[in-house]
Design a protein around this ligand. Structure first.
Ligand code: GLP
Length: 264
């Protein structure tokens, strides 16, 4: 695991965008896993800028969103469908038939969920998954006690998540469709972004705690290519901070591409 701690969210988001852009340039038909929430917004803004100013081309990219509230129409302003379109997809040249978001209006959710898994497989699997983290340590909507082997399914949201998310967007459903932890772990690369003091406890548990279903992000410790991109505030509860900084220094020397920088 590479733990990259940057001075603030703006700098961290530009670095995250650079890593996503490197992925798309290196493999133009990349499959990207997208997250909603506030955390990745500045990264999406920078990717939109790179598309506009630097010609970053998404025309062969496929996307899969992590999750969607269950019971909201696509057009509902609080749906993740609306959110990801408004904040990212509508501003780049991705083909609409290559964007995928779980159908929150499905009348047959179990079938919808297994078809979502099939579509990810048919696309060749996710090359790069972007994640945020909830205060309960969840990734996607994999709330505490989610099986570490879980697949895309309906999940009941915790009280804490309902409170957090309704503060941002008003009343929300109590149930969502989410990729499972097992689904997420199959992505070839994972970038988890976390900013702000409110995430510091979840971040410390995810990186340094035991692997446990009580913090679903801790399952990322089993992934072989995961990068955590944090601001200073989200890193405050990490016990081995100086070690992570030294690892990043050495990575700059020997494998700068892992950080989204080049030495030449
Ligand atoms: C929701 C989403 C997660 C997201 C989390 C954090 O619960 N399902 O994917 O990471 O919120 O949201 P925010 O980035 O707004 O803090």
């Amino acid at each position: 695991m590479l733990v990259i701690i940057r001075p603030d969210k703006a700098v961290a988001s530009i670095q995250a965008a650079k890593l996503v852009a490197d992925q798309v340039r290196h493999k133009p038909d990349s499959v990207l896993g997208l997250s909603t929430g506030n955390t990745p917004l500045a990264t999406y803004t920078e990717l939109i800028r790179m598309h506009r100013d630097d010609g970053l081309d998404f025309s062969n990219v496929t996307t899969f969103n992590l999750d969607e509230y269950f019971g909201l129409s696509r057009e509902h302003p609080q749906s993740f469908y609306s959110e990801i379109h408004k904040n990212f997809l509508d501003h780049i040249n991705v083909r609409s038939d290559r964007t995928h978001i779980p159908n929150g209006e499905s009348k047959a959710p179990a079938k919808t969920c297994s078809e979502y898994e099939d579509a990810i497989l048919a696309a060749g699997g996710i090359d790069l998954q972007i994640l945020g983290i909830g205060r309960t340590g969840h990734i996607g909507f994999n709330e505490p006690t989610s099986s570490l082997a879980s697949r895309t399914r309906l999940k009941t949201l915790s009280d804490e998540t309902i409170n957090d998310n309704s503060k941002i967007s008003g009343d929300i459903p109590e149930v969502a469709i989410t990729m499972g932890i097992g689904t997420i772990l199959e992505a070839k690369k994972i970038l988890l972004l976390a900013f702000g003091e409110s995430k510091s406890n979840a971040v410390a548990k995810a990186i340094e705690g035991p692997i446990s279903s009580s913090c679903s992000a801790s399952a990322l410790q089993m992934h072989r290519d995961v990068r955590f991109i944090l601001d200073e505030e989200a890193a405050t509860e990490l016990r081995h901070r100086s070690y992570y900084d030294r690892v990043v220094e050495q990575t700059k020397r020997y494998a700068p591409e892992l950080l989204g920088i080049t030495n030449d």
